[in-house]
Design a protein around this ligand. Sequence first.
Ligand code: MN3
Length: 234
Amino acid sequence: EAPMLLTLRLHCLALGWGITADRVKLWPFKLPELPYGFDYLEPVIDAKTMEIHHDKHHAAYVNNLNAALEKHPEFEANCICGLLKNIDSVPADIRQAVINNGGGHHNHSLFWQSLTKADSSEFAGLVKEKVEAELGGYEEFVKNFSAAAATRFGSGWAWLALDKEGKLVVTSTANQDSPYLTGLTPILGLDVWEHAYYLNYQNRRPDYIKEFFRVVNWDFVNERLAKHLEKLGK
Ligand code: MN3
């Protein structure tokens, strides 16, 4: 990616809505590389699951998103979170495709970055302060997040997100729906589609949810939290 495009993309991410004035092209979107090897999250998430999940599932969301946006080149300068936050401005004929595949692309891009080596990251700093102040502490947060993940019927995601006032909330969404669609900012998500865990855990979603907390990258969560609180002016 050219440095200028990268700069504008980051700018776009920072502003949350696309650069339209100079018609800089951000489309087609590219599948981001994993920030680690397929086996890095073993034994919590197995290498084969990571390979299929990233190279096949995530890649399909990116390809399908690009195919949808190809029909509307006027949106080629819009970043993905901008499209999701302003979904009503996306033409009806591609809106559901952008919800599904744009959501899928953003959710997975965030998911990969939010994970790290098992038992290597400490729950600390800003997220710890805010969880203690707003969500009743770590145990209560884990309980509520796990319940959100376990009770999401069918496929979807559990979330730690920021509301417009900069307060943390725990919620879940169906399918690939992004929290951005309802005005929330996703901070940490857990993919509870069967494709995310079935090879290793089969039908035991609660075991996968329990193990997930061992691979959360709290440093990344803290960086993202600080960045988005600043954007919200909090
Ligand atoms: Mn997935």
